[in-house]
Design a protein around this ligand. Structure first.
Ligand code: GLU
Length: 549
C-alpha cells in the first residue's frame, strides 16, 4: 500500500515553526517512501478562521521547498481538501454512530454545564462530561425517547457526543513512542458534531483521514491526548483494519528549556517563531518570519529537521535530498527539543559559506542593507541585453567580478546577507572618520612621512588620469590604477618596512586605519588589491590630512 500522509493545519493564524516542522517531517516521510503529500485545511471551527491564513500556510510551505501533491490548490482524487467544502459529508457519519450506539445527543445548555462545573469545584473536584457524569446530565441516554424526539424536532440546541465505553484499557501504538495505554475512565465524551451543522475537529479529522486513505498520521505531541478517541472512532466505524499508523512528534521548547515555544513567544524572545512575516489583518501588527530575518530557506529547513530528529551521527548539514534519504520516524526522539537561536544563526552562516560567491554577491547587491551607488550607469549607457538598470547586478555590471571577490573575502564574517554591507562598505565608500583608539595607540609623529614614502612606492602604478572607484564611474580609457595583486602589495610594502626597519604592526594598523577607518575587515593587501593604487593613495592622503592626533 503506498504511503499517503497529510499536513492538516487549521487556518487560525500564521503557521508556527513547529507546524512547519510537522509539515516537513510528513514531506520527508512521503518522499522517502515515494508516497503522496496532502495539504488538508481544517477549518471546521469557523469562529477561529483568520483571513489570509490559508495563503500564508501555502506560501510558507513553498518557501521551504515542501511541495504538495494533493491540496486545495493542487486538487486530487480525494478532494475537496478544505473541510468547510466537505461539510455535507460529516453528518451521515455522526448519524451512523448515533445508530450503532457509539454516540448520543446532549442537550445541556452552556449555563447548565457551567453551574455543574462550579458545583464540582466547590467540592475540589474537576468536572468532565465523562462516562459517569453523563448519567446525570441532559442527554439521549438519560431522557425518555419521546422527549429526545421532541427536543430535536423543536429545534433545541444539541451536540452529538462520543459515548466512551466504561473502564476499558485502550492499547495503542505510536511509531515514535511505542505502546501507549489509556483507560477509558480517564477520558471524556468529546463533542463530535454541533447543531450548527459542523463537525468538530475529532470527527472531521478521523473521517477525512479514512476517506483520504491516509496511511500515517504524523503530527505534534499536543495531539497525543486525542489519539485514544481517534482510535476508538476507528473502532466505532469499523475501520480498524485500515486505520493509519500514528506518530506524535516531540514539542519544540523555548531556548530556556522551560515550556513549549508558543506563537506568543514571537519576537519577544528575540527571534522569529514564524517561517515568513505575518501581517495580522485585524490589528495591522507584523510578526517577523525567518525569511524576512534573512535566513536562507534551505538553512531554515535544516534547522527544523534537527529539532527532534537526528540520523545517529554528528552530521548537521543536510540538503533536502539528504534529509529525504536519511529520514526515519524511528530516529525521532520523544523528549522536547530545545530551540537554540544562536545555533540557528550558526546554520545560516554555514549555508552562507557553502553557497557560491556569485550567488551571495547577487543577494548582497539586492539586499536592503546594501547601499551601492549606481556605478556603471554612465550617462547615455545602455544596459546589457535582457537586463534593465533597475536590476542592481546590472547597475554593478562593471564591477561585478570585484563584488564577487569582495564577497569571498567578507562572507565568513557575517551570518546574514543583510549584514554583509557592514563588513564590506569600505570597498565602495571611503571612510569619513577614523578610529580614535587606533590613532591614540599607533599614530606617532613620524607616521605622515612613513605614509608618504609608501604612497610614493605606488606612484608608478597610478593611472595617468586619477580615477577613484567611488562614487562616479571611471572615465573611458582610465582605470583605478594598474592592477596589482595582494602579493604585489605585500612584496612592495613589507619589503619597504623591512628595509627601513619600521614597526610592522604599527604600519599595517595605520594602513588599515587609512583605508577602512577602523580596525576591521579582511587582509590589508586584499583590500588594497581591490581598491587599486589610485584609491589607496587617495585614501592615505585624505587620512593624513584629516587625522590630527
Ligand atoms: N487541525 C489540526 C491542527 O491544527 C490537525 C491535527 C492533526 O494533524 O490531526 O494541528
Amino acid at each position: 500500500m503506498s504511503v499517503r500522509v497529510r499536513f492538516a493545519p487549521s487556518p487560525t493564524g500564521p503557521l508556527h515553526m513547529g507546524g512547519v516542522r510537522t509539515a516537513l517531517f510528513n514531506y520527508l516521510f512521503a518522499r522517502k517512501h515515494d508516497g503522496v503529500m496532502i495539504l488538508r485545511i481544517e477549518d471546521t471551527d469557523q469562529g477561529r478562521f483568520v483571513p489570509g491564513a490559508e495563503e500564508y500556510i501555502m506560501e510558507s510551505l513553498e518557501w521551504c521547498g515542501i511541495y504538495i501533491d494533493e491540496g486545495i490548490r493542487e486538487g486530487g482524487a480525494y478532494g475537496p481538501y478544505r473541510q468547510s467544502d466537505r461539510k455535507h459529508l460529516y453528518k451521515q457519519y455522526a448519524d451512523e454512530l448515533l445508530e450503532n450506539g457509539w454516540a448520543y445527543y446532549a442537550f445541556d445548555s452552556a449555563e447548565d454545564l457551567e453551574s455543574m462545573r462550579k458545583d464540582f469545584e466547590s467540592r475540589k473536584e474537576t468536572f468532565s462530561y465523562d462516562n459517569q457524569n453523563r448519567k446525570i446530565l441532559r442527554n439521549s441516554l438519560t431522557l425518555p425517547e419521546n422527549e429526545v424526539n421532541r427536543l430535536l424536532t423543536s429545534g433545541e440546541n444539541y451536540v452529538i457526543r462520543f459515548k466512551m465505553p466504561e473502564n476499558e484499557e485502550i492499547v495503542m501504538f505510536d511509531l515514535i513512542r511505542g505502546e501507549v495505554r489509556v483507560n477509558t475512565n480517564t477520558l471524556d465524551d468529546k463533542v463530535l458534531f454541533k447543531s450548527d451543522g459542523m463537525p468538530t475537529y475529532h470527527l472531521a479529522n478521523v473521517v477525512d483521514d479514512h476517506l483520504m486513505e491516509i496511511t500515517h498520521v504524523i503530527r505534534g505531541e499536543e495531539w497525543l491526548p486525542s489519539m485514544p478517541l481517534h482510535v476508538m472512532l476507528y473502532r466505532a466505524f469499523g475501520w480498524t483494519v485500515t486505520m493509519p499508523e500514528f506518530a506524535h512528534l516531540p514539542l519544540i521548547l523555548k531556548p530556556s528549556g522551560n515550556g513549549k515555544l508558543s506563537k506568543r513567544d514571537g519576537d519577544k524572545l528575540g527571534f522569529p517563531v514564524f517561517p515568513i512575516n505575518w501581517n495580522n489583518p485585524e490589528t495591522g501588527e507584523v510578526y517577523s518570519g525567518y525569511r524576512e530575518a534573512g535566513y536562507f530557506n534551505d538553512a531554515f529547513v535544516n534547522i527544523l529537521a534537527l529539532l527532534g530528529w537526528n540520523d545517529g551521527t554528528d552530521k548537521e548539514i543536510y540538503t533536502m535530498e539528504e534529509l529525504v534519504d536519511a529520514f526515519s520516524l524511528e530516529r525521532v526522539g520523544t523528549s522536547g527539543s530545545r530551540f537554540d537561536p544562536d545555533k540557528a544563526k550558526w546554520f545560516n552562516h554555514q549555508y552562507m559559506l557553502m553557497k557560491s560567491d556569485e550567488e551571495i554577491a547577487e543577494l548582497f547587491i539586492n539586499a536592503e542593507g546594501t547601499r551601492l551607488k549606481a556605478q556603471g550607469k554612465a550617462e547615455g549607457a545602455e544596459p546589457a541585453p535582457g537586463l534593465t538598470w533597475g536590476h542592481k547586478a546590472q547597475v554593478m555590471d562593471m564591477e561585478w567580478e570585484k563584488v564577487v571577490k569582495i564577497i569571498s573575502l567578507v562572507k565568513e564574517r557575517a551570518e546574514f546577507v543583510k549584514d554583509l554591507w557592514s563588513q564590506a562598505w569600505f570597498f565602495f565608500e571611503a571612510p569619513v572618520s577614523y578610529d580614535e583608539t587606533t590613532i591614540k595607540k599607533r599614530w606617532t609623529p613620524e607616521i605622515p612621512s612613513i605614509l608618504e614614502l609608501i604612497t610614493s612606492l605606488l606612484t608608478p602604478y597610478l593611472s595617468p588620469e586619477p580615477c577613484v572607484l567611488s562614487p562616479e564611474p571611471c572615465a573611458p580609457g582610465s582605470s583605478p590604477g594598474q592592477a596589482l595583486s595582494p602579493q604585489d602589495y605585500e612584496t612592495l610594502i613589507k619589503g619597504h618596512i623591512a628595509a627601513n626597519n619600521l614597526n610592522m604592526g604599527q604600519v599595517m594598523n595605520i594602513l588599515r586605519l587609512c583605508l577602512v577607518g577602523s580596525p576591521m575587515g579582511p587582509g590589508v593587501f586584499d583590500i588594497m588589491a581591490l581598491l587599486g593604487p589610485d584609491e589607496v593613495v587617495a585614501r592615505i592622503e585624505r587620512a593624513v590630512g584629516a587625522i590630527v592626533p
